[in-house]
Ligand binder design. Structure first.
Ligand code: FES
Length: 157
C-alpha cells in the first residue's frame, strides 16, 4: 500500500492538487479512503488527520469503509418511505443476510446503502442496483435482480 500511496502523493505534489483531489484519487485506487492512507498523507504533508477526515466526511462522494463489488441503494426519502421503502429495505437486508449494523455482506459481494431522496420521487419507491435505477420498485423484483447477480448457484440460498 505504501508504494501506491507514495505514487499518489508524488502525482498530487506534481499537479499541485488539493486535499479533495488527493482523496478522490485515493478512493479511485482503493474504492474507499483507508485509514492508513490518511495517516500516511498526514505524516508526509504535515497536516492533521482531521483535515482529511473533515473533507472526507463533508462530501458524500467519499467513503471511509470498503464497498462490496455490487451496491444496492434503497431510497428512504419521504416519497419512497410513503411507498413502502422500509419494507423493501428489510427484504433486501434479509436476502443479503445483513444485520442492523452491517452494510456489506461477509463475502464482500454486496453493499447495501440507505439514502434520502435520489431525486426521482415520481417513480417512488426507488432502488438503484449498480447504477441501474429501478422505479416503483417492489421487493420481489429487487430480490430477483440481486439473485441474478449472485448467480444460479447462490440464487437458491
Ligand atoms: S424520496 Fe426517494 S426519490 Fe425522492
Amino acid at each position: 500500500m505504501e508504494k501506491t500511496l507514495t505514487t499518489l502523493l508524488k502525482n498530487h505534489r506534481e499537479s499541485g492538487g488539493n486535499i479533495i483531489s488527493l482523496l478522490q484519487e485515493t478512493q479511485d485506487v482503493f474504492g474507499y479512503i483507508p485509514k492508513e492512507a490518511v495517516e500516511f498523507f498526514s505524516d508526509q504533508l504535515g497536516l492533521a488527520p482531521s483535515r482529511f477526515y473533515g473533507v472526507a466526511t463533508f462530501y458524500s462522494q467519499f467513503r471511509l469503509k470498503p464497498r462490496g463489488k455490487h451496491v444496492v441503494t434503497v431510497c428512504c426519502g419521504t416519497a419512497c418511505h410513503v411507498q413502502g421503502s422500509e419494507r423493501l429495505l428489510n427484504s433486501v437486508k434479509l436476502e443479503l443476510k445483513l444485520n442492523d449494523e452491517a452494510d456489506m455482506t461477509e463475502d464482500g459481494m454486496f453493499t447495501l446503502e440507505k439514502v434520502n431522496c435520489v431525486g426521482a420521487c415520481g417513480i417512488a419507491p426507488v432502488t438503484i442496483i449498480d447504477k441501474k435505477v429501478h422505479g416503483k420498485a417492489v421487493s420481489e423484483k429487487i430480490i430477483r435482480e440481486i439473485r441474478a447477480i449472485k448467480g444460479p448457484r447462490d440464487a437458491k440460498k
